[in-house]
Design a protein around this ligand. Structure first.
Ligand SMILES: [Zn+2]
Length: 252
């Protein structure tokens, strides 16, 4: 169910146990071969597939396209909220639905830079509303829900998400091929993080001159369809878990 299509009495009539999903993405550089709106287009497609399946069991807000993309600012066209502004923006969007009486709010994310702020926003809201025992405040990112695409298709060369990489380029070839540039001519850039698993602070220029990270030349529309399917399956079954959970802890 799409929030944008409802009238306010329709919203008033909804069960307050219905999960509200706020999709969050970005508008930022995606290398020389992919459009700035990549993350928003890809998450939009994942959400479109999921919402077709879950129909009237989940309320979807419009996708929030402005993200935490400061690390990409050296590349023209990138738009970003300052990290602290973004944190407050997410909190405000969630608070709107708490104010309307909804109890289960899910941020479904499609951009790496949003992972930390999304989780921090929910953390802070839980502290603020600590007298409540009926809230389910959760954030997740569509490619981190368990899918292991490389195990399903050995032709994939990447085993995890990069940036404007084999995976994202494949999905864009499936979704909007006319927006993809000459990806076959693009050199691979290592996804390796020498100090992993520690988290090194980086700006994109530290890791990539053209802006992508990964192996876009290995992309194909067929791989893209498989990735969309796996990610939409994961998000749909995750939301089924949110619907099914009674919202209480398991300890006695
Ligand atoms: Zn991306």
């Amino acid at each position: 169910m799409q929030l944008t299509d409802l009238k306010w009495p329709d919203v008033e009539a909804l069960s307050r146990d219905m999960p509200v999903v706020v999709p969050i993405a970005a508008l930022e550089q995606h290398g020389r071969h992919m459009p700035l709106f990549t993350d928003s287009l890809l998450l939009g497609e994942v959400i479109r597939r999921v919402s077709e399946r879950l129909k009237d069991r989940v309320l979807f807000t419009p996708l929030m396209w402005l993200g935490n993309s400061e690390h990409h600012l050296d590349f023209p066209g990138t738009m970003t909220a300052a990290p602290r502004v973004y944190l407050d923006l997410l909190k405000d969007m969630v608070e709107n639905f708490l104010f309307h009486g909804f109890r289960r709010i899910v941020l479904v994310n499609g951009h790496g830079g949003n992972i930390v702020p999304a989780s921090q926003a929910m953390f802070e809201l839980r502290q603020k509303h600590r007298e409540r025992s009926d809230l389910v405040l959760v954030s997740t990112t569509y490619w981190t829900l368990g899918a292991q695409p490389q195990k399903a298709d050995r032709s994939l060369v990447q085993d995890h998400m990069g940036h404007a990489c084999e995976w994202e380029t494949s999905m864009m070839l499936r979704l909007r091929p006319e927006l993809v540039g000459d990806y076959k001519a693009v050199q691979s850039i290592s996804q390796e993080e020498p100090l992993a698993p520690a988290h090194r602070a980086w700006i994109t220029k530290d890791r990539s001159t053209p802006g992508h990270i990964g192996a876009p030349r290995q992309a194909s529309a067929e791989k893209g369809e498989m990735l969309f399917r796996m990610f939409a399956d994961d998000v749909a079954s995750f939301l089924e878990r949110v619907i099914a959970w009674d919202g209480t802890g398991s300890s006695s």
